[in-house]
Ligand binder design. Sequence first.
Ligand SMILES: [Mn+2]
Length: 261
Amino acid sequence: MIYFLSDAHLGSLAIERGWAHQKKLIEMLEMMSKDAVSIYMLGDMFDFWMEYFIHDKKKRQYHPFCKEIRKLTKQGIHVHFFTGNHDLWTFGGLAALTGAEIHYDPCTIIRYGKALYLAHGDGLLPSNWETLYPKDVKKKIQRFMKLREVFRSPFLQLCYRCLHPKVGNWFGYQWAKRSRLKELNNPCPYKGEDKEELVLFAKDQEKQRNHRDYYIFGHRHIELDLQIASGSRVVILGDCFQHYTYAKLDHKGNLTLHSYE
Ligand SMILES: [Mn+2]
């Protein structure tokens, strides 16, 4: 079995009972470990993850989760960690701690005869997005893309790593909390096949003859399993802080969505 999960947003200041959250996530991994060949975490497992040059005491809160991943990788399970837009600031620390393989960019893999496109999903847009959306939506996307560029700038990352963790974490966790609260107060449900960016992105890929059987994303915190015209399916994983949803690919190449307990 191959498992996919995403968006636990561990450590979020907007999620109460942090330990119960982490414990449930660990139990979920325990369950997967019974028959998993590999486990793909598709981004935003942490609400904020930054590796500073100065020792960061706040990382201690993640030790149980990291220890669990270490246990799985020691058992021979391949654990893949895709960075999201909340936890892209890892520079070798997380890999050393857990034994997981880190992916900074989307990738396509072939498993059990199926082609799978895997990505967190932030920043993925159809090629015609600039003419597709009304002005206000376009502006919002442009703002997000600008911020994404700032987040990914090697120079700015270096500067941030030089901060004292107390300072860097204050900004980081507050920023993450704000975006979480914004989403909880004003959820953005599935926009429909003709508007949802990730669906349009997948359709665009198919049109360009980059065929994949499955497109698997996180990021949106919605559950979606949609067949698109070319016979491909787009699967959006949901989340691991409210609904604890995940996907499973069996040895026959069937992909299914599930909810933990
Ligand atoms: Mn995200």
